[in-house]
Design a protein around this ligand. Structure first.
Ligand SMILES: [Zn+2]
Length: 114
């Protein structure tokens, strides 16, 4: 048994994989970070989708539910979380991204429209 005094041991922390959890700003559901999409503030009146999750700036997360994206685009929830007054471009980007989400709801909504 080696008695290496140079290795620091943290007895409190159990050695398990830490999965970062994030909360959807709309439905407040907590989920693993990778299942949520980050929205990053890019200015006082703008934000953009940050698929890498690494962009600098104040961020908020949206889950994969289309309804949350629609609420983010049509209600002040996301804007409040990011403390922005979003311009039209930001909202449009959000809606475009939402339209490309792999969702069954979207297909149903499209079918209803036609
Ligand atoms: Zn959500």
């Amino acid at each position: 048994m080696p008695t290496a005094g140079t290795t620091k041991k943290n007895a409190k922390a159990p050695r398990q994989k830490h999965v970062p959890q994030r909360t959807c700003v709309v439905c407040r559901e907590t989920n693993a970070k990778r299942t949520l999409t980050r929205i990053v503030r890019t200015g006082e009146t703008s934000f953009e989708v940050d698929p890498t999750g690494r962009a600098n700036g104040r961020g908020a997360y949206l889950c994969s539910q289309l309804s949350c994206w629609q609420k983010a685009a049509t209600t002040p929830i996301l804007a409040k979380a990011l403390r922005v007054t979003p311009d039209e471009t930001s909202i449009q980007n959000l809606q475009e991204f939402a339209a490309n989400l792999p969702q069954n709801d979207e297909a149903e909504a499209a079918a209803e429209r036609s």
